[in-house]
Design a protein around this ligand. Structure first.
Ligand SMILES: NC(=O)c1ccc[n+]([C@@H]2O[C@H](COP(=O)([O-])OP(=O)(O)OC[C@H]3O[C@@H](n4cnc5c(N)ncnc54)[C@H](O)[C@@H]3O)[C@@H](O)[C@H]2O)c1
Length: 274
């Protein structure tokens, strides 16, 4: 097991909040918990300070700090790494997790939603990485992990702005991983499939029938859990991935590899195309 992979390391998790210290079912919260469990000191930022504080409370105050930072604000993003470093020291790892879903397919996509989702899901990650980079380059090492989605690889037809930003984020991650590789910087992305977070339950429903339908989207027959997203992030952020950069690791229970969804769904609910 990877216990201690982050001993002495300082990590910033952007968008690392949770609903409550007894409801930690969010990817960012689980990423922060996992990295702390493996030895890291963690700065957790969120637009909602109370959410960041829930994660910090679950980790323990001596190992984590909470910051308020709005990913839709250029100023907040540019200032965030320095604010985190004031509290925890020079950053070794930045996990860019924050993301919002947007709400429109292409026919009704609004400019306002498009711009907001771009600002939060892509611009924020570029700005935070840009601000963290000089210190990492000076120290000759640093690792970025960007949390994207399989919506950047395949379309659900649900939200154009979300799909466009999640595809774009893969390019942002790849750019940092290539351009600064010779300065000791690695950068990778995780493309998550359906993960059973409170955001998904709130946004897409939580009754048993809807949960079962979400389970069936994956060949593994279930949704992912946020701690499974965190395990992939921890791997890429750690020295175990020391020769991996510019990559996008798909964490989706086999969904994007699958051509048999219709058959599985039909067995459970009847034919999908009557
Ligand atoms: N849950 C899934 O099925 C799934 C699938 C693919 C990708 N993802 C990605 O995982 C990441 C986390 O998603 P989640 O499901 O844990 O959702 P979540 O809503 O629980 O987590 C997002 C966090 O970001 C914070 N946040 C929202 N707007 C912010 C802003 N403007 N500034 C700073 N913080 C802000 C929220 O308060 C929350 O704590 C997102 O990037 C999402 O796109 C999730």
């Amino acid at each position: 097991m990877g216990e201690g992979r982050f001993d002495g390391r300082r990590v910033l998790v952007v968008g690392g909040g949770a609903n409550g210290s007894d409801d930690l079912s969010a990817n960012g919260a689980q990423i922060a918990l996992r990295l702390a469990a493996e030895g890291a000191t963690v700065a957790v930022s969120d637009v909602d300070l109370a959410r960041a504080e829930h994660t910090v409370a679950a980790i323990g105050d001596d190992r984590a700090v909470a910051l308020r930072s709005d990913a839709s604000s250029v100023e907040d993003c540019a200032a965030l790494p320095a604010a985190a470093e004031d509290l925890v020291g020079p950053l070794d790892v930045v996990v860019a997790n924050v993301g919002v879903t947007g709400g429109f397919p292409g026919r009704t996509q609004t400019v306002e939603d498009w711009q907001w989702v771009q600002d939060v899901n892509v611009r924020s990650h570029w700005l935070v990485a840009q601000a963290a980079l000089p210190g990492m380059m000076e120290r000759g090492q640093g690792s970025f992990v960007f949390v994207t989605s399989i919506a950047g690889l395949i379309s659900s037809g649900y939200s154009l702005s979300y799909e466009a930003t999640k595809a774009s984020l893969i390019a942002v991650s790849r750019h940092f991983g290539v351009r600064y590789a010779d300065r000791g910087i690695r950068s990778n992305a995780v493309a998550l499939g359906v993960i059973d977070t409170s955001m998904v339950r709130g946004g897409f429903g939580d009754d048993p029938d809807l949960r079962r339908r979400r389970d069936l989207m994956q060949p593994l027959g279930r949704q992912g859990q946020p701690h499974e997203a965190a395990a992939a992030v921890a791997f890429l952020a750690s020295d175990d991935a020391s020769f991996i950069s510019g990559q996008c690791l798909v964490v989706d229970g086999g969904r994007t590899a699958d051509g048999r969804y219709d058959a599985r769904y039909a067995r459970a609910f009847g034919p999908t195309h009557e």
